[in-house]
Design a protein around this ligand. Sequence first.
Ligand code: ADP
Ligand code: MG
Length: 238
Amino acid sequence: MGSVKIAEVRKSYGALEVLHGVSVDIADGEFTVLVGPSGCGKSTLLRMIAGLEAISGGEIAIDGKVVNNVAPKERDIAMVFQSYALYPHMTVEANMGFSLRLAGAPKPEIAKRVGEAARMLSLEPYLQRYPRHLSGGQRQRVAMGRAMVRNPKVFLFDEPLSNLDAKLRVQMRSEIKQNHQRLKTTTIYVTHDQIEAMTMADRIVVMHGGIVEQIGSPLELYDNPANLFVAGFIGSPS
Ligand code: ADP
Ligand code: MG
């Protein structure tokens, strides 16, 4: 299943080390939020889990298997970015089925999985539309649909809602959580927004300057912040 073990992971760009030994154990099915100020290394860590960035030190294991040298497409992971990066010349249906077509899945199988994801994401009426004719929220749902049809062991989200207005952000948060409750896919969700972290997470990992400051449930962090940084960060309005 989709457990993720991050053990003493380091990352350097040239002489500059940006992650200084990060360890997090994520259980199968857990919704984990990585939160911390801009530049603290959240995206770098997520990209290493996805295999888009080489690991300078330590180990990442998915489902008990060390993946340091495993190519991204062998990792059974789907990533949703802040910029949705939909294919503009493809319909919603074609966008959602693209990775399955690439993988050579049979047409009826693709149609079935795209149909299921579209139903779950309320995208059925939009399957024949092109991305330019969709709202921001609908585009974000298509990006999620593209990840869902692959039925991965792990979902990675990198600030997926930061391009949306405040009202839509709140709505999408609860949609993402509802889908997680249905699918129970292990999810690692990156945000710099502490409210988002507090409302969405089973467990929060607070990062700061390339280290982990604290790991705990929203309540644990709120009641027992490990230090002034965590207290200030969790306690301040976004
Ligand atoms: P976050 O996602 O938390 O905002 P990042 O993981 O993007 O932070 O960046 C962490 C640090 O690594 C920052 O100081 C950033 O400038 C640096 N960094 C990120 N990517 C690169 C890169 N490709 N080359 C050099 N430095 C980078
Ligand atoms: Mg980032």
